[in-house]
Ligand binder design. Structure first.
Ligand SMILES: C[S@@+](CC[C@H](N)C(=O)[O-])C[C@H]1O[C@@H](n2cnc3c(N)ncnc32)[C@H](O)[C@@H]1O
Length: 812
């Protein structure tokens, strides 16, 4: 049952409970306005002390001036000059009087100073006194001073006069005003100056310094206030400069005494990131002037090793990759590279010229709250996005295919390829289709674009992007690029944007820093070489408009770039041509001890710290003949070598990733799951150890230093069969030993390295013959004639785990 409604108006009960509780506001009796009566204001202890000091100073000055005045009068009467000490004594004897004067301070303030009186007129014009005093010593000097003081007086008088005119007040008041102003300046000076006054009162310092200081005071007195200020400023500046020099020296001294940590010092005590950072700076300084800062018992290599270790920790790289970067860059540049790689590159988009113009796209995006700019003069389609209020991958313009989100560096290979309309072009590794769609746009949807990728999943992205962007001249395929030669050839141009380790895009994918290792580089290097040779074979050298191959990677490692191109230059009838890109760093022609074809300077490198884009490499090749400069057998042998290398590298990866975990898992899993092994006893620790060692050996037997010519050892070990290039070798219990020795004593300049293969007793390797082949064995050296290829494929190289007793392999 509801309550009965009551419609009669309720009488108001008065203010609510809350308002009843609140009392009417009360205000302090005093007004909130700042009081004009300064005397009412209570001074703090320090303020009072300063006030007392000021008054003391005034009294001292007063006494001084009186005495000087007397002295001057005496001089004029021919009396003896009263010296400063006497004056000081006089002050001390007059001290009670002075203090009494200070006690009268508040009275003095209240009464206000009354202009020039008989008491103060002397010390209001101290310079005149001094002028008279100094008249004795030098007439000329005094004349100058007199003039200066005169002008000061005139200035003051002028000021007073102008104030007079302005205010129309009586003289006394104006003079008081002026005096207060001067007082203020001197008070300020007193507060900031050194404690001369304290000293005078306490009398703790010796008389010499007293005299010096009082002389200083005198000199100061002879200066205009502004000059005094200037002098103090200069003094302060000099002091600051001195302090800065001292500080710098201290930091240099600290660097000088940078102590190389003892072994295991780091493991014993925890080391912070700041300490590591400091140590990186210290070591960099030591290495910048090694002779001066080094510790006698430490070598450069030790410092470099420690630096690498610290850099790895600080920037989260693995030792292998950091070592590679240290080989590539000078130290200062390396630091820049590492720092820049920590920050993502600016977001960039490419206008799809098949659907819109850059200007229109920019306007549309600006309307949506996107802040952007043209990317640079080198591109007509690139835009850089500073910030956006909408997700760029979901704007109506994106969905309509007006642009592609694409890194600035990935526009470069297509620009280098310079596709022409109505050509047949192959994009060998196309997914997700960024560069492919760019090619189609430049071709204006004419001719035929073959977009291929070996990855079935990724190829879907190519199809989707091509649909969105309106590419209609493309045939999309999913094939292993290495086999393309047998499918279709005769292309005008080919873009090989090869799969790589991605060391140039660590800002985008930081996992690269810690995961990529020697095996990954080896695997990429092999695949890249194979893909490039296929690409060259698929191009028609007689194409009327083209015959070009562009090779690109988003890796900065020379192993995946110059090395691959140099290999192709030796194996096919191609030459390097300019990329047509007007910026970028020249590709390496030298790298450590290796030498590449000089034309590699036509290739271009892009770095985050120089170009503010991802690390990238672009090379443009022109095929000048459709013939392959080798016999069919040699070609097949080459291919087999590459195939083996790729297969082995894959096995290696699988071995590496599985072995240990597998073993541990086998040990841990319950007996039920062991199947056939169920009845067998568990492996003892010794057995486990042996098994682990065996696995380790198996893993190592395939590892060869990528670019140091691994060789294949025959199973019966009686003769070593020559194999081409980087055949992965089987290391057979150190029966074959390879020695790397230095020629002309210095390896550090990396000019000549001789690989000497030494077979221990049971092997019949003809070392003399090998030595004859050595110059051509230098990796990266171009081979011009066919017959040399045979010699070049002589077994040579350096096994990874090999350590010679007689010759140490050093890093330069
Ligand atoms: C760097 S990405 C290509 C990026 C692409 N060009 C773009 O701009 O969007 C390398 C591509 O090579 C493909 N790939 C790897 N091995 C391949 C092979 N043997 N044949 C063809 N494509 C391969 C990978 O699936 C990957 O999509």
């Amino acid at each position: 049952m509801g309550r009965k409604a009551e419609f009669s108006e309720k009488p108001k009960k008065g203010p609510g409970r809350k308002s009843r509780k609140q009392k009417p506001p009360t205000f302090p009796k005093k007004s909130f306005a700042p009081s004009n009566d300064m005397d009412d204001k209570k001074l703090s202890h320090r303020q009072r002390q300063r006030l007392v000091k000021r008054d003391q100073k005034k009294e001292i000055q007063k006494v001084k001036k009186q005495k000087l005045n007397k002295q001057q009068r005496k001089i004029s009467e021919g009396a003896d000059v009263i010296d400063e000490a006497e004056l000081q004594n006089k002050y001390i004897t007059d001290k009670p009087q002075v203090l009494a004067g200070i006690q009268q301070h508040f009275k003095f303030k209240k009464q206000k100073i009354v202009g020039f009186t008989d008491d103060n007129k002397d010390w209001l014009k101290p310079k005149q006194l001094k002028k008279l005093k100094k008249l004795q010593s030098s007439d000329d000097q005094d004349q100058e001073m007199y003039e200066a003081e005169k002008s000061e007086e005139d200035l003051l008088e002028g000021l007073t006069e102008s104030e007079e005119e302005e205010n129309g007040e009586d003289d006394t008041c104006k003079e008081t005003l002026k005096m207060e102003k001067l007082d203020d300046i001197s008070d300020y000076d007193d507060e900031n100056a050194n404690s001369d006054d304290d000293f005078e009162l306490s009398g703790e310092e010796d008389t010499d310094s007293t005299n010096n200081k009082s002389k200083d005071d005198e000199v100061d007195d002879s200066l205009l206030p502004i000059e005094r200020e200037n002098k103090k400023l200069k003094k302060r500046e000099a002091m600051e400069a001195e302090m800065a020099t001292k500080e710098m020296q201290m930091s240099i001294d600290r660097q000088e005494v940078f102590k190389f940590p003892e072994e295991d010092e780091d493991t014993q005590k925890e080391i912070t990131l700041q300490e590591i950072q400091q140590r990186i700076k210290d070591i960099t300084l030591v290495l910048s002037d090694f002779k001066r800062y080094r510790q006698e018992d430490r070598s450069r290599q030790e410092y470099l090793d420690l630096l690498r270790h610290d850099l790895c920790i600080y920037y989260s790289y693995n030792d292998f990759l950091m070592g590679k970067l240290m080989d590539m860059f000078p130290l200062t540049e390396l630091m820049e590279y590492l720092e820049t790689s920590e920050v993502p590159r600016p977001l960039t988009i490419r206008t799809n010229s098949l659907k819109t113009r850059r200007r229109d796209l920019a306007a549309a995006l600006i309307n949506r709250g996107v802040n952007l700019d043209p990317l640079g003069k080198w591109t007509k389609v690139g835009l850089v996005v500073y910030n956006s209020q909408v997700p760029l991958g979901a704007t109506p313009e994106y969905l309509a295919g007006h642009y592609m989100i694409q890194g600035a560096s990935s526009m470069l290979p297509v620009m280098a390829l310079a596709p022409q309309e109505n050509e047949r072009i192959l994009d060998m590794c196309s997914a997700p289709g960024g560069k492919g769609s760019h090619i189609a746009a430049i071709m204006k949807n004419t001719g035929v674009l073959f977009a291929n990728d070996a990855n079935r999943e990724r190829i879907k992205a190519v199809v989707a992007n091509f649909h969105r962007l309106g590419v209609i001249n493309a045939i999309v395929s999913c094939e292993d690029g290495c086999k393309f030669r047998n499918l279709i050839s005769g292309f005008d141009r080919i873009l090989l944007d090869a799969p790589c380790t991605g060391t140039g895009v660590v800002a985008k994918d930081p996992s690269v820093k810690s995961t990529k290792n020697e095996v990954d580089v080896q695997r990429c290097y092999n695949l890249q070489r194979k893909l490039l040779l296929t690409a060259i074979d698929c191009v028609d050298a007689k194409s009327k408009t083209g015959g070009y191959i562009v090779y690109s990677t988003c890796s900065v490692l020379p192993e995946e770039n110059e090395w691959v191109i140099d290999y192709a230059l030796r194996k096919r009838n191609v030459k390097l041509v300019p990329t047509g890109l007007d910026f970028g760093v020249e590709g390496f022609t030298k790298y450590r001890q290796y030498r590449f074809h000089p034309s590699l300077n036509l290739t271009r490198r892009y770095y985050p710290h120089i170009h503010n884009m991802d690390g990238f490499y672009v090379a443009k090749l022109k095929k000048f003949s459709n013939t392959i400069p080798m016999t069919k057998e040699q070609q097949e042998a080459d291919e087999k070598v590459l195939d083996d290398a790729i297969a082995n590298a894959t096995t290696m990866v699988n071995d590496n990733s599985n072995s240990n975990e597998e073993l541990e898992y086998k040990e841990k899993r319950p007996r039920k799951l062991l199947g056939k092994q169920a009845g067998k006893p568990n492996l003892s620790e010794v057995e486990l150890d042996i098994k682990k060692k065996k696995m380790e050996q198996n893993r190592n037997k395939y590892i060869a230093n990528v670019f140091e010519k691994p060789l294949k050892v025959n199973k019966n070990e009686k003769e070593v069969k020559p194999v081409n290039q980087t055949t992965i070798i089987k290391k057979q219990n150190n029966k074959n030993e390879l020695h790397m020795v230095e020629l002309n004593g210095s390896k550090s300049n990396g000019t000549q390295i001789e690989f000497e293969a030494k077979n221990i007793e049971r092997n019949n390797i003809n070392t003399k013959k090998q030595k004859r082949d050595l110059p051509s064995l230098l990796e990266g050296k171009p081979i011009k004639r066919q017959h040399k290829l045979k010699q070049k494929s002589k077994p040579i190289g350096l096994l990874k785990n090999y350590k010679s007793k007689t010759h140490k392999t050093k890093k330069n």
